[in-house]
Design a protein around this ligand. Sequence first.
Ligand code: GLU
Length: 330
Amino acid sequence: MKKGFVFGLSVIIGLCLIMSCGQSGDQAGGKGKTTFITIGTGGITGVYYPTGGAIARIVNKKKDQYGIRCTVESTGGSVFNVNAIMAGDLQFGVVQSDRQYQAINGMAEWKDKGKQEDLRAVFSIHPESITLVVAVDAGINSIQDLRGKRVNIGNPGSGQRQNSIDALEAVGINYKTDITAESVKASEAPSLLQDGRMDAFFYTVGHPSGAIKEATAGARKVRFASITGIDALLAKYPYYAKAFVPVNLYPGAENTSNVDTFGVKATFVTSANVPEDVVYAVTKEVFDNFDDFKKLHPAYAVLTKKGMLEGLSAPIHPGAMKYYKEAGLK
Ligand code: GLU
């Protein structure tokens, strides 16, 4: 028992040593040295998690050249990722474009903490739409019908939480008093909807996503509800634009035509404290292998190299900028 404990403890200490030496800022390309980097994503049934996986796969192929070992972590989403990157716990993360804007400008969740001045943009990725998934038997056709319903607005730490609140407020619904607001992770919402414990949920996500496939594949009939009547919201915030949910990707949903809503973009961010050669290597590998990268998820079908430099509001990290200049993209 005691021996086992001592052994266990030494394994833990050993692991800590290995991990801390990886985080100690070893430069990429150093002979024999490995730089460990971790990408923060979202729930495993979202699109961020496979996105982190796609980037890691491409970067890890060149492990011998750069000495970089990239891993992926499932997290609570955009806001969690920004905060973990700023704390130095993660080196990269996938973050909604609106959340990037708010963090760098000290808004929303960062209102009290202030501007996240060390946040750096790397590139943008797929479009995400604010998706409202509802049970058909709940009688909800559009966001206006959510009054009195049990609705998941998203976990604290997620990107979608503020999008849900903004959309509800834009149509005059107070999320604290007019609905029963739930704060569970998007990965848990589909089963709660199927079990009848929830009428609807919001998820800001690229399409197709595993979570929404799961929500639309059960016995309880499910559809997408439109989010309209939000022109003032779109005019007020530069990071929101009109978008739609492509319903053909979800044959289980009852909709027959695309559903109007608004959207943002997924972006890839880092910290000013992450070394230039590491960010350069990650950027170069994604862009040099653009055609292969695009094939890794159907949500990337619309990507262009030029488009991946749009929708960024934090300063571009110098390592990424070095590549963009070399490649003639900037
Ligand atoms: N947009 C969500 C968030 O920022 C995550 C979506 C996903 O994981 O694909 O929390």
